[in-house]
Ligand binder design. Structure first.
Ligand code: GLC
Length: 420
């Protein structure tokens, strides 16, 4: 009788546990259309697998997305279980021990961009994340306007881009006073570091650590930053709010309203520019970013990676979801619907993708010019300093040289603090 009672109790307990629903919380941000798409994918996954997923909406800005996750992970919270991480701050998450190793999960890491996986997804020899999509800075341009002003070829150099912009802006201003030649990300946030890295690398400079010291205040970097500042204040082909407000979405909307000739942005803007309610639909071209005369092309490596929290209480279910997001089918749909560059390389050979995404050819070229931000667990602290000083040069508060000198000095202190 007693054994029977025990068995009965056990049965009740197991029953209860089964009934208690296990929910995977997935944190993701981005442009509104991207979140909508994630909602759809999540619903499909739930139907197919019978696993519930709660979508935790995050902002678009990468710094804000990181801060939101750091608060939860630092205190070891169980949620969110799965999240996307920017390639820039993934090393911090890995080094903090916040990511559940994906070893033995049956995921084939060889189908993903090898260089990128090696750069950030493997920590202490263990796979901790995989790329959902890779990003690179690109140039969008108005085909119709280049034609209208008699330009038969794209600007090869930044100097040419300036020339084209000045002329077209002058002409277009007659009927649209809000028109500008070139829009790009200059607000005080991570995107500014990405833009600066492109200009600087193209000039022969960059953001590099040598013997543990950041080398920043160099001739080419000063020239690049001066050029950026001049685009706003001297040539005035970039709007005055470039350094106060311009992040990805602000830049994209400005261009999409028909108010600019050129735009620097990431591949995601392509699908939106071609959407039904876009004023520039059918009038947009995409190309690698120009280079400085005598310099080289450069495009900052961006992108978002997926991982599972070490504190998750639904690791098995989370892994199922992660596998779903990284599957060929979903990766293909992310490319077709959002214009993203999938992290899986096999999708690039897909016939539908090649047919419906002709701009993928351009994007493939862009990846030849990729430059990476420093890969370091304390990159975000370094970046915060850079953001502040680069922005103060754009606003005119500090000369480019003074800004870079001070940034170099302050980063030195950060490095010292972390390497102690
Ligand atoms: C994009 C890139 C990311 C970068 C961010 C900057 O989201 O994918 O790597 O840090 O833009 O704003």
């Amino acid at each position: 009788m007693r054994a029977f009672l025990l068995l009965f109790l056990l049965f009740l307990l197991v029953g209860c546990e089964k009934r208690e629903e296990r929910v995977v919380t997935f944190a993701v941000g981005g442009a509104p259309n991207e979140i909508e798409f994630w909602e759809k994918l999540v619903r499909e996954f739930e139907e197919r697998k019978g696993i519930k997923v709660k979508l935790l909406r995050q902002p678009t800005d990468t710094d804000q997305r990181r801060q939101g996750l750091v608060v939860a992970l630092r205190s070891g919270m169980k949620d969110p279980d799965v999240f996307l991480m920017d390639v820039a701050w993934l090393p911090q998450f890995a080094a903090s021990g916040w990511l559940e190793p994906l070893e033995g999960s049956g995921l084939k890491r060889e189908v993903f961009f090898k260089r990128v996986v090696k750069l950030v997804d493997i920590y202490s020899g263990k796979l901790v994340a995989l790329p959902v999509y890779v990003d690179g800075g690109v140039l969008y341009y108005r085909k119709d306007l280049l034609e209208k002003y008699g330009y038969s070829k794209l600007p090869e150099t930044w100097e040419e881009l300036l020339e084209y912009s000045l002329r077209v802006q002058r002409g277009e201003r007659k009927k649209s006073p809000q028109f500008f030649g070139f829009v790009w990300q200059g607000a005080q946030y991570e995107g500014l570091v990405c833009t600066f890295l492109e200009f600087a690398s193209s000039r022969g400079g960059g953001i590099t650590f040598r013997k543990g010291r950041l080398v920043l205040n160099t001739g080419p970097n000063v020239e690049a930053l001066t050029f950026m500042r001049d685009l706003i204040h001297r040539y005035r082909i970039s709007p005055p709010n470039t350094y106060t407000e311009m992040k990805e979405e602000e830049v994209r909307m400005f261009f999409q309203e028909g108010n600019a000739l050129f735009e620097r942005n990431w591949p995601y803007a392509w699908a939106l520019h071609q959407s039904k309610d876009s004023k520039v639909r059918g009038k947009v071209g995409i190309a690698p970013l120009p280079k400085f005369k005598g310099g080289r092309r450069a495009s900052t490596l961006g992108g978002w990676h997926i991982g599972i929290s070490r504190f998750s209480d639904t690791k098995r279910e989370s892994l199922e979801f992660l596998k779903f997001v990284l599957s060929y089918e979903v990766q293909k749909r992310l490319a077709l619907n959002l214009g993203w560059n999938p992290g899986r390389t096999d999708v690039y050979e897909d016939r539908d993708v090649l047919k419906r995404m002709p701009h993928f050819k351009v994007l493939r070229e862009v990846f030849n010019y990729i430059v990476a931000r420093p890969v370091s667990p304390y990159y975000t602290q370094v970046s915060e300093v850079l953001q502040k000083y680069l922005n103060s040069a754009l606003s005119g508060r500090l000369s480019p040289e003074e800004a870079l000198r001070r940034a170099e000095e302050e980063v030195g202190k950060v490095v010292e603090r972390y390497s102690r």
